[in-house]
Design a protein around this ligand. Sequence first.
Ligand code: HEC
Length: 101
Amino acid sequence: MKIIIFILFLLNFFSSAYADSKMELGLEVYKSKAMCGTCHILKAAESSGDIGPNLDQLKPSLNQIIYVVTNGIGVMQSWEGILTKEEIEAVAYYVFNVTNE
Ligand code: HEC
């Protein structure tokens, strides 16, 4: 029994460490690499752009964010080939988590 608890503890520890680095990468992409904040309001990232929808209010789903960042929508460009797949997933993960708490 003790060993099972220990394994669960380890799994929990590693998955949260992994999640945190994904959040960090996502924030970096949001703020620097793609500068989503020039067009979007997102309180957690202290951005106040008003060209696109307010992400705090929109509360987009994870798949919706991955889809629009990859393919673009309206005046928002596609980031395919500019951001890596990992970066697109991280920024989506970040925006999803801070807007759906
Ligand atoms: C040049 C300004 C601009 C930048 C930079 C930008 N967006 Fe957008 N975004 C928009 C506009 C405008 C829309 C609304 C487009 C429409 O509905 O026609 C939009 C829509 C969205 C939507 C909602 C899509 C939907 O299904 O309605 C999400 C989510 C989103 N953007 C996330 C992001 C993320 C994440 C980034 C950074 C990788 C980003 N945007 C960068 C302008 C921008």
